[in-house]
Write a protein that binds this ligand. Structure first.
Ligand SMILES: *[C@@H]1O[C@H](CO)[C@@H](O)[C@H](O)[C@H]1NC(C)=O
Ligand SMILES: *[C@@H]1O[C@H](CO)[C@@H](O)[C@H](O)[C@H]1NC(C)=O
Length: 212
């Protein structure tokens, strides 16, 4: 074959492959966009929030630091949480143990503005579905509020503490060794990222009203 003919043939082949590729790519992409749009319309953001909170055993918690080395910097910590009631059903009420020996325990008393984050990656759901934890399709809920220290004299304190220890058996030792106290988050704002298109705001009342 002559070299010019060869080059032409090659160009033609490459061209065909390119067209085939672009066409199938568009078809697949269209189907994806339609499926994702449908999914987005059907998403119940309040329910997603409740499920993420209920599934998680812990949250990343941000405070404004009161530590002299990083005063006023954002501070983050891991705090064990539980939202179960006596019969181990989800209530959405975020409860946790704090001690004044730890960062969070000190920070909230200087500035009681805290933010909790829960991600679907905490139970490895995103990894299993090959989603990067930073993508909005790897759902996350970001809950801001104030910390309420529960009174040890309240009639349901002991029960609430037992429910917490049932979920976090190690807590029994923490309580023995240090002065831990049970707290609840007084929710002021909920942001949910569960898809492309930006965060959704969920009212605390809608969040609590969900039955899961
Ligand atoms: C716990 O929550 C579930 C679901 O909302 C409810 O059916 C159950 O009665 C609650 N149990 C207690 C002891 O409050
Ligand atoms: C529910 O939690 C309590 C502790 O609060 C525990 O004693 C009980 O066995 C749990 N029940 C179930 C069905 O997991």
């Amino acid at each position: 074959m002559n070299p010019t003919y060869n080059k032409l043939l090659l160009l033609l082949l490459v061209g065909c492959t390119f067209i085939a590729h672009t066409q199938s790519y568009f078809a697949v992409q269209d189907a994806q966009i339609i499926a994702q749009y449908k999914r987005n319309v059907e998403l119940n953001h309040a329910k997603i929030s409740r499920e993420l909170v209920h599934r998680a055993n812990w949250a990343s918690v941000g405070t404004i630091s009161s530590n002299h080395l990083i005063k006023d910097y954002p501070m983050v910590n891991i705090i064990a949480i539980d939202d179960n009631n006596k019969t181990n059903s989800s209530t959405g009420r975020i409860r946790f143990l704090l001690t004044d020996l730890d960062f969070t325990g000190q920070d909230w008393q200087a500035n009681n503005k805290v933010t909790f984050m829960f991600s679907d990656e905490q139970t490895l759901n995103c990894k299993n579905e090959k989603k990067d934890p930073m993508e909005p399709t790897c759902a996350r809920v970001i809950i801001s509020g104030q910390i309420e220290r529960l009174s040890k004299n309240a009639p349901d304190y002991k029960t609430a503490l037992n429910v917490f220890i049932y979920r976090h058996p190690a807590a029994e030792n923490w309580i023995k060794e240090h002065n831990f106290y049970l707290c609840e988050l007084d929710i002021q704002n909920i942001f949910v990222l569960d898809f492309y298109g930006g965060p959704h705001q969920v009212e605390a009342s809608d969040y609590y009203a969900i039955q899961i």
